[in-house]
Write a protein that binds this ligand. Structure first.
Ligand code: G6P
Length: 421
């Protein structure tokens, strides 16, 4: 078996290596073909992978590739996990919308739109070389990228995001329930999912009653968790919102906070990355490396590797993935890419029937879907009018002139990564 990793120089790679080690016996004998545009980071991460595999006697062969085609040739699984243009481009995605009073975020809203314009051309290139391989995509915005590949190419693709793992963990803490015994049916679109059904040891909980009793906590916010706002929101909704709901339901407050903060998330990460890569580089020459867990943590890599194992081993395992709807969510069209529980086996992900979206967020989620579809079309075709329509369709954008300015500035700032425009 050959597993190609596109973006193998990424800071998330130590987590992916740990994920591979976790399933080493299921994947024994596999070639791990690593590709990245950053030669120095690729060298560090491939050395790290080889040493970590050797230290634990994992039967993997690691190969490094500076060219995409040889990396993908003969691959059975292509794991895409890169940020096009890196964190410098992410900084632009986060700051351009903010200048115009709109949340600047890597995946949600116009920031995510600009990222989609850069990601999609690379994924189309990957898809053209993929043959029968499964593309297991983490590259953001995963929903739009997966949609573009699914509708415009013949490649087999499954979209991933582990946000639901962290969110279920946060809700377990808030509700005082044991995370390992909980299962939530997160449904909707990536970074716009909702859970009305949550089970403890397989028994459905009375969520509205639990939420009514929930005390709204103070503080505890991190870049990825905002327990106060989430609790406040869930008490009104009567079901669980995904963490990204804060950008929709607290938009103007978040804009003020992001402006007051002064630095973007990309700048914060860029500031810590040199020390991070120094640590990983130092570990990569040791016999038994233990690289930092500061980027990507555990679930990122494990989730991706588990998905590959579920496909390869025909496990038919229940996983929350991004897949063609096919009626799973009755409030969205059949060929929408949705995030839902699916059974993942050799034939690919089979989405489970989930019914309608909860009414308080149905219109919002449908609007985000229409935006995402137009964004995928614009990212493939390079059509400026479609691009503007996409931005106008997004719930964050309330003025045509704002949409036009963000588009013009975004296209100019990212021109080196936008061959389609
Ligand atoms: C969450 C999201 C991912 C995103 C990541 C960014 O996990 O679900 O889609 O890529 O955050 O994290 P970072 O630490 O780079 O801001």
């Amino acid at each position: 078996m050959k597993i190609a990793i596109v973006g193998a120089g990424s800071g998330y790679m130590p987590g992916v290596i740990r994920g591979l080690l976790h399933r080493a016996s299921d994947l024994a004998g596999a070639e791990i073909a690593c590709y990245d545009v950053d030669a120095a980071h690729l060298e560090v991460m491939t050395r790290l992978a080889a040493r970590m595999f050797a230290a634990r006697s994992a039967a993997f062969t690691v190969t490094a590739h500076a060219e995409l085609k040889p990396a993908l040739d003969g691959a059975d699984y292509i794991f895409t996990t890169f940020r096009p243009g890196g964190l410098t481009a992410r900084h632009l995605d986060e700051s351009i919308p903010l200048r115009h009073g709109v949340v600047g975020q890597e995946t949600a809203g116009p920031g995510g739109f600009l990222m989609a314009l850069r990601s999609v051309p690379v994924l189309l290139e990957v898809a053209a070389l993929a043959g029968d391989a499964w593309i297991v995509n983490y590259t953001n915005p995963t929903n739009i990228v997966t949609d573009a590949v699914a509708r415009y190419t013949g490649a087999r693709v499954i979209g991933l995001c582990d946000q639901h793992v962290g969110d279920t963990e946060m809700w377990a803490e808030l509700l005082g329930l044991p995370f390992e015994r909980l299962e939530a049916d997160w449904i909707g679109l990536n970074h716009a999912t909702w859970a009305e059904r949550v089970r403890l040891d397989g028994v459905e909980l009375d969520l509205p009653a639990l939420l009514e009793d929930l005390q709204i906590p103070g503080g505890g916010a991190t870049p990825w968790r905002d327990p106060t706002r989430m609790a406040e929101l869930a008490k009104v909704l009567g079901f669980l919102p995904n963490s990204y709901a804060k950008y929709y339901f607290f938009h103007d407050e978040v804009v003020a906070e992001l402006r007051a903060k002064g630095t973007t998330r990309a700048e914060d990460i860029l500031a810590m990355l040199p020390a991070y890569y120094d640590q990983v580089t130092a570990e990569s020459v040791k016999d038994d490396p233990d690289p930092s867990r500061e980027r990507g943590g555990g679930e990122h890599g494990e989730f991706a590797v588990d998905t590959i194992c579920a496909l390869a081993g025909d496990e038919r395992r229940r996983m929350i993935v991004n897949v063609r709807n096919n009626g799973a969510i009755s409030s969205l069209e059949d060929d929408a890419i949705v995030e839902v529980p699916a059974l993942v086996g050799r034939a690919g992900p089979v989405p489970l029937t989930m019914g309608a979206l909860p009414r308080p967020v149905r219109g919002l989620t449908q609007a985000i879907h229409e935006y995402e579809r137009l964004a995928a079309d614009a990212a493939v075709t390079g059509d400026r009018r479609t691009a503007l329509q996409a931005l106008l369709a997004h719930p964050f954008v309330r003025s045509k002139h704002t949409a036009q300015k963000i588009l013009d500035e975004g296209l100019a700032a990212h021109r080196d990564h936008l061959p389609q425009f």
